[in-house]
Structure formats: C-alpha cells, structure tokens
Design a protein around this ligand. Structure first.
Ligand SMILES: C[S@@+](CC[C@H](N)C(=O)[O-])C[C@H]1O[C@@H](n2cnc3c(N)ncnc32)[C@H](O)[C@@H]1O
Length: 205
C-alpha cells in the first residue's frame, strides 16, 4: 500500500516534523479526536462522517487491520480522517505535540485475561501518563470493554492516579450510552448477549 493507492487517509509521519502538529496534517485547527486500536476502522470512519467539524486520527498496530481501514476510507471526501500504523505506546510518547487531543477512545482493548499477561494491558499508569500529556486539560477519555475483569482492573488503575477523573458515579461505568456508535467487536459481543461496560474520564492535569 502506498500513498497514491490509499487515498488521503494514510498518515506517513516521515512527511512531517516530529512532534506532529496535527493542524498541519489536517490543514485546520478543528478539534482532534484519537482512537487507539481502531481494528477495521468502522467506528472511526462513521465518527468522521457524523462529525465533519472534527478531525479523527486512528492508531492501529496490526498491519492487516490497518490496511483494511485505509481501504475502507479510500473514498472519504471530508478529509477529516487519518490512520497511523504504529504502536500507540510509542506514538503517545514520541509523536504527538502536548495538549493536542480533545477526545480519546480506547474501544475494546485486548483484555489479556491471563495473570501473567496483565502487563500487556494498555490501560496502565505509564500509558495513561503519556496520554494525559498529549490530551488537552479537561479532554475526555472513553473506554469500552466487554471484559469485567479488565474494567475492574482499569478502574483500580484510574483510582490510583490523580490526572484522570471519572465522569460516571460509582460503580464508574454504564452499560448503555445512547447514540454511541458500535464498533465491530461490540456488535459481535452484543449479538452474543454480553454485557458492555463504558467508562468516561476527564483529563484532570
Ligand atoms: C479487541 S481489538 C478491538 C478493535 C476495535 N477497537 C473494535 O472495537 O472493533 C483491539 C485492537 O487494538 C489493537 N492494539 C492493541 N495494542 C495496540 C497498540 N499498542 N497500539 C495500537 N493498536 C493496538 C489491536 O491490534 C486490535 O486491533
């Protein structure tokens, strides 16, 4: 896949100075929304169509999924969606200018259910610190998951830090958020009748 065959949604960071000034990438200063681990890209593409007044950037580590999303967005005409093929841990630390994003979504992060794999979970103090820095003050972080153990683990992490504050009262999650678009994984989990957990935090830095 190269720049000429992928439409204009593929973000090649070698074209820009680092840290990235997203107003240069998108050509405007509208709000920047980040999705981490976008999978096949459906959620981000539909969000970009629903909110043409915002800019949407997705990061996905898996090559196959990244390519599928770029292909799906090939004919998007709004110019408000970009896909970055990268590890979000590296991107959050090294690529973005501080205070960039007004909203961040982590939809159905890999749950890493085995105890010895918990260290791979993306919701951890170190990653949240990086995220907080690239988010604006009072920016919103939303997480959705079908995995109760992951949700409880995440809430424990959030309760140990001071720089994100839950928007939801105890137990700090909802099972339904009206008008929220459903991701590909979410549609499958809902078909299976699984309970979905939605978390929302403000950046309290
Ligand atoms: C369970 S899937 C969910 C996909 C999509 N968000 C959805 O809900 O349909 C988790 C996604 O996160 C991606 N991912 C995991 N770790 C990542 C990382 N460090 N950086 C970027 N993407 C990551 C995976 O490759 C995978 O596509």
């Amino acid at each position: 896949m190269n720049k000429t065959t992928s439409g204009n949604s593929l973000l090649d960071i070698s074209d820009y100075y680092i840290p990235l000034d997203l107003s240069v990438v998108f050509g405007n200063k509208n709000n920047f929304v980040l999705e981490i681990g976008f999978g096949d890209g459906d959620f981000l593409i539909e969000m970009a169509q629903r909110y043409p007044e915002k800019n949407f950037l997705g990061i996905e580590i898996k090559t196959k999924r990244f390519k599928i999303a770029v292909k799906k967005a090939k004919n998007e005409k709004n110019g408000n969606i970009k896909f970055l093929h990268m590890n979000a841990n590296i991107a959050a630390e090294e690529i973005f200018t501080k205070n960039t994003f007004s909203q961040v979504y982590i939809n159905f992060p890999d749950p890493w259910p085995k105890d010895r794999h918990h260290k791979h979970r993306i919701v951890n103090t170190e990653f949240l610190q990086k995220l907080s820095k690239i988010m604006k003050a009072d920016a919103i972080l939303e997480i959705a998951s079908d995995h109760k153990d992951y949700v409880i683990h995440s809430l424990d992490v959030f309760n140990e830090i001071t720089f994100f504050k839950s928007k939801y009262p105890s137990p700090e999650y909802l099972h339904n958020v009206p008008n929220r678009l459903h991701t590909k994984y979410e549609k499958e989990f809902r078909k299976e009748g699984r309970e979905i957990f939605y978390l929302m935090f403000t950046n309290n830095k």
